[in-house]
Design a binder for this molecule. Sequence first.
Ligand code: ATR
Length: 268
Amino acid sequence: MIRVGVAGWPVKHTRSPAIFAHWFERYGVDARYELIPVAPEDADSFFAELPAEWAGVNVTVPHKRTAAAHIKLEGAGARLGVANTLWRADGVVCGTSSDGPGFVASLDAAAPAWRDSNAPALILGAGGAALAIADALRATGCAVTVANRTLAKAESIAASTGAAAIPLTDLADAMAGCGVFINATTRGMAGIDPLDIDLSPLPASAVVADIVYNPLETALLAAARSRGLVAVDGLGMLLHQATLGFERWFGIKPEVDAALRAKVVATL
Ligand code: ATR
């Protein structure tokens, strides 16, 4: 029995076990995906010597930077100094971040025409999710603008990804020319005030995406749909980011399909 899991603090709320259980059944893999609670004071020692019982682990808040400091990083993980997926290669613990690529894969699946527009993407928010998404969109060659309440945090993302940074007061102007508009804040998550943004400046061809997946249909996405815009929910990012771990640990690139979505939606 191969053991993998997700290390975080707290980890109780994560949907990853449901995602992996679906793929284990679907691909006939004999493995178990476990919750690995790692207290902040134990994180350095945990990642410095990943216990041998774990063939691979996902990493969630608040440990993505701590994990990255102790492993061999590649790709987005190396660029950003964060890791959410760790695996072993020739006895060495390696890792990267699949959050940004997961977002782009979700966009490609739900709104493939976004790549045709050649218009800049506009990201609202400047936390870890915004950084990962900005990096992955820049890696596709897309121009990116980051808008944030605290401008300095948007500027920091801009400096490390080659995006532009603007204050929220310039949001409407930036929306007018944008191809993809992304909420990368927690606003709209169950229990947190929804965003109240006028979407009318967006062009008719714009795609609106949210990283929030609980609820699946945020007020932002509902407003986008009522304007006739294509709306992409945050569940796609969650499911697509998980494919990398499965691929690295079991050698199979798993499919993100309607059956998987339905199973995870049932846990929300
Ligand atoms: P992450 O998990 O992505 O790292 P975070 O660091 O908590 O999340 O970031 C949350 C984002 O939501 C931040 O960009 C935050 O803006 P600030 O950088 O100005 O704090 C944004 N955010 C949270 N509440 C907000 C609000 N009421 N209005 C505007 N932005 C908000």
